[in-house]
Write a protein that binds this ligand. Structure first.
Ligand code: FE
Ligand code: FE
Ligand code: ZN
Length: 276
């Protein structure tokens, strides 16, 4: 069965997101834990959370994905940027305790010229400090397109981050179809090969969520521009193979396509119609 949803606005709280998800035919969703540029998070309203949990249970929702702000960079060369990353990460995970068992996804970071090796080291060290505290959340490293000095555009880099952490069982991966295609993994012509490589290097059991996006940019461009489903360089045919792949069942698929609710509703119903 296809579990699918889209990125939603968290401005009105959890219950509103649950209702938006239902409205568009989704059984999962994603949201920014705070303004994507950073800033303060809204206070959690426990009553809102309880109503949401009830709605999610009644409608058989699967895990949702909370997305860290883009400004969170654990491997910046600026100590105050790294401190901000740690503060936000820790604060977000504390809030996630209200909704246990879900995912917290973040972009591993940009090493800004310090080198991949140094970047990996700093990301792992932040994870070790954060995961000292018990958490009911699984933290997800997102696969990146490799623009600029991004860490995480190669499966090997994600593996190395996990290998250097003390609690690898609390860490998973979110595969972004647009990003991996831009990073040079040919999911259009060789999906089985790419998944085989993922399995060999990271292990498919660590794949916890998929960002399902088409791409505006050509293969291996190292650019990050999402496109609506079926209108980009990945194309509908390849996307249909992805959602139906036997190794990708029961994983939440999240649309981050340039749409409003009505557009996501259409994409979800289109994709469901192509699910065998
Ligand atoms: Fe992301
Ligand atoms: Fe993404
Ligand atoms: Zn992206």
């Amino acid at each position: 069965m296809l579990h699918i949803g889209s990125h939603l606005s968290s401005a009105k709280g959890f219950l509103a997101m649950g209702k938006d998800a239902l409205e568009i035919g989704a059984d999962t969703f994603q949201f920014f834990t705070r303004n994507p540029q950073g800033g303060r998070a809204k206070d959690i309203n426990p009553e809102d959370v309880q109503k949401f949990l009830k709605l999610a249970k009644e409608n058989h929702f699967v895990q949702f994905v909370a997305h860290a702000p883009y400004t969170l960079n654990p491997c910046s060369d600026n100590p105050s940027t790294r401190e901000f990353a740690e503060m936000v990460f820790q604060d977000d995970l504390e809030r996630m305790e209200y909704v246990p068992g879900n995912y917290y996804n973040f972009h591993p970071g940009s090493h800004v010229g310090q080198g991949i090796e140094k970047g990996i080291e700093m990301i792992a060290s932040l994870l070790n400090r954060i995961l000292k505290f018990p958490t009911a959340t699984t933290v997800l490293l997102e696969t990146m397109s490799g623009k600029g000095s991004e860490v995480g555009s190669r499966f090997e880099e994600l593996r190395q981050i996990m290998d250097r952490t003390d609690k690898p069982e609390k860490i998973g991966v979110c595969l972004d179809t647009c990003h991996v295609y831009s990073a040079g993994y040919d999911i259009v012509n060789n999906l089985d090969g790419v998944l085989g490589e993922f399995d060999k290097i990271i292990g498919l059991e660590r794949l916890k969520a998929i960002h399902l996006n088409d791409s505006k940019m050509p293969f291996a461009s190292r650019k990050d521009r999402h496109e609506k489903i079926g209108q980009g360089t990945i194309g509908l045919e390849a996307i249909i193979k992805i959602i139906n792949h036997p190794k990708l069942q029961n994983i939440p698929f999240i649309l981050e396509t340039p749409n409003e609710l009505s557009g996501w509703k259409e994409e979800i119903s289109l994709l469901k119609s192509y699910t065998f």
